[in-house]
Design a protein around this ligand. Structure first.
Ligand code: HEC
Ligand code: HEC
Length: 214
């Protein structure tokens, strides 16, 4: 009797907490099963069913921070009257029909998947790449990538994306896009000011090093 009363008091509490969360506009927990359905139907051809893209033409998404993935998906959406924050013709089409809940669910699903490692291609590039990644370049004021993206490139969820194991082609393309001001969705111009300090050879070296990080 006593116990039953406790249990019903507890369940009333959780109902109240849930109701308060809805009233406060807090999102419910992401639905991984729904996210998986979206990923396998709409994203798998390019990014792989578990986010481990089979082709260097498309980035790996498995194990990436959910908040970062969500931000990018929103940034790809053309906003009426405003400049699209991250312009990419392919991804603009992909996100056009995704609701905010879809975005949250698919991001959470991809974040929960195990990333498959990659590999570096050039022994010489990796030496310079590692130096830049860990220590930056004092002569040009380039900060170490590790300072934000972590010593192993695992990133800091919600703040700095994971880089480890990414295809060098994709990393290089993004560094170039930040360098040339084609990608402008980095808060406080963080990556644009960093890429501006990098030579083509430095971008190439650090991209090759990152591909082999795990
Ligand atoms: C036809 C191929 C294709 C399909 C299908 C596709 N994508 Fe992409 N996606 C790309 C390409 C190419 C890029 C790189 C864009 C760039 O260079 O900025 C990308 C980039 C992304 C990024 C940014 C990654 C990062 O590290 O910043 C996210 C997130 C993403 N896609 C999620 C999705 C999701 C979720 C779906 C399914 C709803 C999807 N994509 C479907 C080709 C595709
Ligand atoms: C001061 C912190 C900081 C430092 C240092 C830094 N980054 Fe970043 N980086 C960021 C942030 C923040 C983003 C996410 C931008 C966004 O929201 O789209 C990012 C994004 C990136 C991306 C895009 C990832 C993707 O999946 O599309 C690449 C590539 C990258 N950084 C490479 C580097 C490299 C290489 C270095 C070292 C030369 C470096 N970063 C140093 C903060 C930093």
């Amino acid at each position: 009797m006593q116990r039953a009363r406790w249990i019903s008091a507890l369940s009333l509490c959780s109902v109240l907490v849930a109701a308060a969360a809805v009233a406060a506009g807090l999102p419910a927990k992401p639905d991984l099963a729904k996210g998986q359905t979206i990923a396998s139907q709409a994203c798998a051809v390019c990014h792989g069913a578990d986010g481990n893209s089979p082709s260097p033409a498309n980035p790996k998404l498995a194990g990436q921070g959910a908040e970062y993935l969500e931000k990018q998906l929103h940034n790809f959406k053309p906003a009426q009257g405003k400049k699209t924050e991250r312009e990419n013709a392919i991804m603009a089409g992909m996100v056009a029909n995704l609701s905010a809940d879809d975005v949250r669910n698919v991001a959470a699903y991809l974040a929960s998947q195990k990333p498959k490692g990659g590999f570096s291609r050039s022994r010489e590039l990796v030496v310079l790449g590692q130096k830049l990644y860990r220590g930056g370049n004092a002569a040009t004021g380039l900060p170490a990538c590790a300072g934000c993206h972590g010593p192993n490139g695992a990133g800091v969820p919600a703040q700095y994306p994971r880089l480890a194991g990414q295809y060098a082609e994709y990393t290089m393309a993004q560094l170039n896009a930040f360098h040339d001001g084609q990608r402008t969705n980095d808060t406080n111009r963080m990556m644009r000011s960093i890429a501006a300090k990098m030579s083509d050879a430095e971008m190439r070296a650090v991209s090759d090093y990152i591909a082999g990080l795990r």
